[in-house]
Design a protein around this ligand. Structure first.
Ligand code: ATP
Length: 229
């Protein structure tokens, strides 16, 4: 089977400061891959390279076999990458409905389907997004990404800082998306939740991928060494 997303030995820097030193990973169509590692190990930087918000310096990034080197972020979005960045960025002065509408691109996703996934958003359609709760804003950020009809959804810390009940709603949504066959790359701190949804995982340590495999293969020692605080 050919990979949907494949990173091979990717390196990247912020000016003179190198942040990635060789990240490799593979995500197959319809699968969920967890990108893991402690704070500052390079997860967000890896996502920024995939979405072309940061050019990588070495190695290669391929989406459906197409080399993303040289492409800009809007072009990669049009190729089917839906990004939900850390810190959920919605257009604050726009309503929920407007936020979803401006993101829309031709395909099976529409507002009704987003509301079926996150019913809370249905009750808030006319509300400006800056007045939404953190959890609702996160649902809206995911909804916006889905409205672009992505073939790959990337979630960077989508449940960070949210109340447990809202977190549960978001995880239920992610599991639903997986059941519908969407391919997802997910960064999150909750190993317990990742275990319910991820087919496999990649662990980053100081900007390098040091392990990959099914989450059930992670031993307590590995968890301690790479994910402990
Ligand atoms: P977190 O869970 O805290 O978001 P992370 O695994 O996503 O961590 P990154 O944000 O990718 O980690 O950071 C990787 C490294 O790159 C860190 O050493 C960080 O300090 C550095 N870094 C991140 N953003 C910048 C930036 N804009 N300029 C310089 N260095 C940066």
């Amino acid at each position: 089977m050919s990979a949907l997303l494949e990173l091979s030995d990717v390196s990247a820097s912020y000016g003179p400061v190198q942040a990635l030193f060789g990240v490799s990973l593979r995500l197959d169509e319809g699968k969920v891959l967890a990108l893991m590692g402690r704070n500052g190990m390079g997860k967000t930087t890896t996502i920024r390279c995939i979405s072309r918000l940061l050019p990588h310096r070495g190695g290669s990034i391929r989406l459906r076999g197409k080399d993303l080197g040289g492409l800009n972020a809007p072009r990669v979005a049009r190729l089917g990458l839906g990004l939900v960045p850390e810190g959920r960025r919605c257009f604050a002065p726009l309503t929920v409905a407007e936020n979803l509408t401006v993101a829309a691109r031709l395909g099976p996703w529409d507002i009704a389907r987003v509301v079926a996934l996150f019913p809370r958003l249905g009750e808030r359609m006319g509300q400006v997004s800056r007045t939404l709760s953190g959890g609702e804003q996160q649902m809206l950020a995911i909804g916006r990404a889905l409205m672009t009809n992505p073939s790959l959804l990337i979630l960077d810390e989508a449940t960070e800082g949210l109340a447990p009940v809202v977190r549960q709603e978001i995880w239920a949504g992610v599991r639903q998306l997986k059941a519908e066959g969407l391919s997802i790359l997910v960064v999150d701190k909750s190993l317990k939740e990742l275990e319910t949804v991820a087919d496999s995982a990649v662990v980053l340590e100081r900007g390098q991928s040091v392990w990959s495999g099914p989450l059930s293969d992670l031993t307590p020692e590995m968890t301690d060494r790479w994910l402990g605080v």
